[in-house]
Design a binder for this molecule. Structure first.
Ligand SMILES: [Zn+2]
Length: 450
């Protein structure tokens, strides 16, 4: 694997290691200079490849933008990545220094190696491979490499809006995550969205003695438990009226594809220390994780939580509840439906108020899209096997921002693995994954040109 007449892996490694040596920790205000250095490094590299490249200031850390538009009539591909990294703490747990890339057993250990410098740089080297081979890129390519992903991409949305014309493209490619498994090249074509509400239950105007008032006074904690118990039925289905309206049902094609993935329920359960995986009846674990909406209480409070006992009926109780959403659902509408239903469940003598905290849109690309087919062909050329088409249960807010602001579909072609330990001490990136990533990027641009 990773055989290509123009792929100089030693040079590709050395350059990546230089980038990894720059401690571009976006959360650390003492490293603003390093952030700038990392941005300049990428700009200079893209400039040397013949891209028109620049570093744009934002209210936070700068954005690197580069373009090479020399394929008239061909699609325009926007490649997104980020050059900022997570803080290295706890530093004592690193076996080798986090900003001194060290190779052990075919993996380079360094903060940012997989997330996301290694994956972003694989695309830079993929473009280089094509330029050294054919002399020109087969499609128009734009690079957008930001410096605030690890701190919430605060300035990216305004940047996208301000540069929407310049950033126009046919498809957006992101490599900033993990493949399904080492030998399973993966295209992620869907992400769940999110609706998040906070529930406040008010009973009496003050905390009460449970002996003097118990049996007559409303109890907000009991009330909250009653409400929560009514949000799902025995089959694990969410009971909020209208919650499932518009939900895109999984197709037989998707269910068949996911059944073919190497997933084992017992292993998955063991990996989180449980002996059962409760959820919505009629759906497999992967279907429930990737293709079905859910509702989970994320926090709950009320009453006495100190040592020993205190006989009290609390005046207030509350909970935080998140709902993961799938295509066809709108976060604000779902939050409204949840609010109406939860407030309607208020037991006698209590007042219930629901606040909509925040939301994110679900996204999914059409499986019949020519971009999906191109990614499939590119990955087959690299790995010698067809790609897995997966969704993911989490949400990536920037993906929804790309979709809504630039209006282009987003293709997630992950090169890393969970075992790379992004965000953890001893983060690493397998060098063969990096080299295959370079080929994947090059072949993807070739296949997108067809
Ligand atoms: Zn990342």
């Amino acid at each position: 694997m990773a055989n290509h007449p123009h792929l100089d892996t030693a040079d590709a490694d050395a350059e990546l290691f230089d980038l990894l040596r720059i401690p571009s920790v976006s959360a650390d205000s003492t490293r603003r200079g390093d952030m700038r250095r990392a941005a300049d490094f990428l700009r200079a590299k893209l400039d040397s490849l013949g891209f028109t490249a620049r570093v744009d200031d934002t209210a936070g850390h700068p954005v690197v933008y580069a373009e090479r538009l020399k394929a008239p009539g061909k699609p325009t591909v926007l490649i997104y990545g980020h050059y900022d990294v997570q803080p290295e703490a706890p530093e004592a747990e690193w076996l080798t220094p986090p900003f001194e890339p060290t190779v052990r057993d075919g993996r380079v250990y360094a903060r940012g190696s997989t997330d996301d410098k290694g994956q972003a740089y694989a695309h830079v080297r993929g473009a280089q491979l094509l330029l050294e081979g054919a002399g020109e890129l087969p499609v128009n390519v734009k690079f957008l490499i930001e410096g605030e992903e690890e701190v919430g991409s605060r300035n990216l949305e305004p940047y996208l809006r301000a540069h929407a014309d310049e950033l126009k493209c046919d498809v957006i490619v992101i490599s900033d995550g993990s493949r399904f498994a080492k030998d399973v090249p993966t295209v992620t074509y869907g992400l769940r969205g999110l609706a998040y509400v906070e529930v406040h239950v008010q009973g009496a105007s003050r905390d009460l003695h449970s002996g003097s008032y118990g049996g007559a006074a409303p109890n907000p904690i009991n009330a909250l438990a009653t409400i929560i118990s009514k949000l799902k039925d025995e089959e694990g289905r969410i009971t909020i009226p209208g919650f499932y309206d518009g939900v895109h049902e999984l197709t037989e094609q998707e269910r068949g594809m996911w059944r073919g993935l190497p997933h084992d329920d017992a292993e998955f359960a063991a990996s989180i220390g449980v002996d059962a995986l409760p959820g919505e009846a009629g759906y497999s674990t992967l279907e429930r994780l990737w293709g079905r909406p859910t509702l989970d209480v994320n926090g709950i409070w009320g009453g006495y939580q100190g040592e020993g006992s205190k006989t009290v009926i609390a005046a207030k109780a509350g909970a935080k509840i998140s709902m993961r959403l799938v295509p066809g659902q709108d976060p604000h509408r779902v939050a409204e439906l949840a609010k109406d239903y939860i407030e309607s469940l208020a037991p006698e003598g209590t007042k219930v108020e629901v606040i909509d905290l925040h939301g994110g849109q679900p996204v999914a690309m059409d499986l019949d899209s020519p971009f999906i087919a191109a990614a499939d062909r590119a990955l087959e050329r690299v790995y010698g096997r067809r790609a897995a088409f997966a969704r993911t249960g989490g949400s990536i807010p920037i993906v929804a921002a790309f979709r809504t602001i630039l209006g282009a579909p987003v293709l997630l072609v992950d090169m890393g693995l969970n075992e790379d330990a992004p965000h953890s001490p001893n983060e690493s990136f397998a060098l063969d994954d990096y080299h295959n990533g370079i080929l994947t990027s090059a072949y993807l641009l070739e296949e997108l040109a067809k």
